[in-house]
Design a protein around this ligand. Sequence first.
Ligand SMILES: Cc1cc2nc3c(=O)[nH]c(=O)nc-3n(C[C@H](O)[C@H](O)[C@H](O)COP(=O)(O)OP(=O)(O)OC[C@H]3O[C@@H](n4cnc5c(N)ncnc54)[C@H](O)[C@@H]3O)c2cc1C
Length: 455
Amino acid sequence: MNEFDLVILGGGSGGYACALRSAQLGLTVALIEQDKLGGTCLHRGCIPTKALLHAGEIADSTRHASDFGVKAEFQSMDMLGVNAYKDGVVNKLYKGLQGLVKSRNITFVEGHGKLVGKNQIDVNGEIYTGKNIVLATGSYPKTLPGLEIDGVKIMTSEEAMKLDYVPKSVIVLGGGVIGCEFASVWNSFGASVTIIEGLPRLIALEDESSSKQLERAFRKRAINLEVGVKFASATTDKSGVTVTLENGSTHTAEILLVAVGRGPVSANIGYEEQGLTMDRGYVIVDEKCRTNIPGIWAVGDLIPTLQLAHVGFGEGILVAEEIAGLNPRPINYDGVPRVTYSEPEVASVGLTSAQAKERGYDVVELNYDLAGNGKANILKTSGSIKLVSAKNGPVLGVHMVGSRVGELLAEAQLIYNWEATADDVAPLIHAHPTLSEAMGEAHLALAGKPLHAHG
Ligand SMILES: Cc1cc2nc3c(=O)[nH]c(=O)nc-3n(C[C@H](O)[C@H](O)[C@H](O)COP(=O)(O)OP(=O)(O)OC[C@H]3O[C@@H](n4cnc5c(N)ncnc54)[C@H](O)[C@@H]3O)c2cc1C
């Protein structure tokens, strides 16, 4: 009998995390996946892009080796080698994940599933019944009206990730996280890159100061920016793509990457027919990821929360624990760490200055320049840590720019989520010389006792 405590549709970050945690809690689970276990993050998202970024970092380090007294010469990218390295990382993690799912006695079902009843999913004519149904069908790359993806000259991240050559020139349409990461990769690989962003700044969800610093750093890397001007049309010919903007200007390049956001995968799989409340294709849930239909839950990119793998993990675990009766705390989405893994990285947790002010806080800001940090000088990186704090109250946000600052989020998220004040953090001794010292210094300065800070 195909009857389970949970039937999960979609084996990406949200779905598989829910399956693993449910099984750990003694529940019986079927996990349905039409493609590869691991979903977007493992096969087409987080992991492969970070491997490309790391290859780019090595290319840049080689180019600048003489700055560190090392004799080396950058010759060229070997994309077959880069892809072999990237695919090797993905495949190893994929095997590990398959083993994990198997070891937890989760019934893995390969095939396209459709919600056909309040507790039933049909996979190729076979019905899987669950006391609970968890929808985790993820997202797909969107495009703009009139902009057709041909996968050769006009592509999304899916094709871009698999290129076996370095294009001479690229236009990246969209200056969000994915667009900025690819711009960074291709610049490192030696392509000429232009980013076109309709909003007034890159990575517009981040604090304005982080956007400004990233833009400055990108310009220094010779990445061209067209910010605050909207796309009008694109045409292709033998040599490449010409993009026209609403202000009449044109740009040409060998390829165009369309990185204008991702939309939920929710059409034609029974969601509307079964009466789920939806908005622009997203499934609407409450703070425990419950849909309007009792027993049906939804997690990950399918719901309108931050489109991040670790948010999917968190939501999947939340649902598993709620079903098991553990009454977990709802997720505080402000406390979720966020990283743009470009060079330099941009990392943040908590509120931006603008959000903190909107919410009525009496805001104090502190900017700590990485120029005062020993390790940053050793790495030859620049950037800063900005603290947003309530006056005489807790730290409300941490916003960082610089190489490797994503690794500093571990501490920043504790500070934010445990509602620490500058006085709580200032006495903690940070190892010298590390980038994390900058976190300590920023809090020392905010607490009124700066050590290695001018002014
Ligand atoms: C280029 C790129 C880079 C990214 N980088 C990062 C990063 O660095 N860090 C980060 O946190 N996030 C990153 N993300 C976002 C991250 O990948 C997603 O937030 C995450 O994968 C969402 O997980 P999910 O489970 O909701 O959906 P998905 O991972 O998309 O999984 C959904 C799964 O459901 C399956 N499915 C869909 N419909 C059906 C059906 N009808 N029947 C059966 N199976 C079905 C799909 O095949 C898919 O495997 C990146 C995304 C992209 C595109």
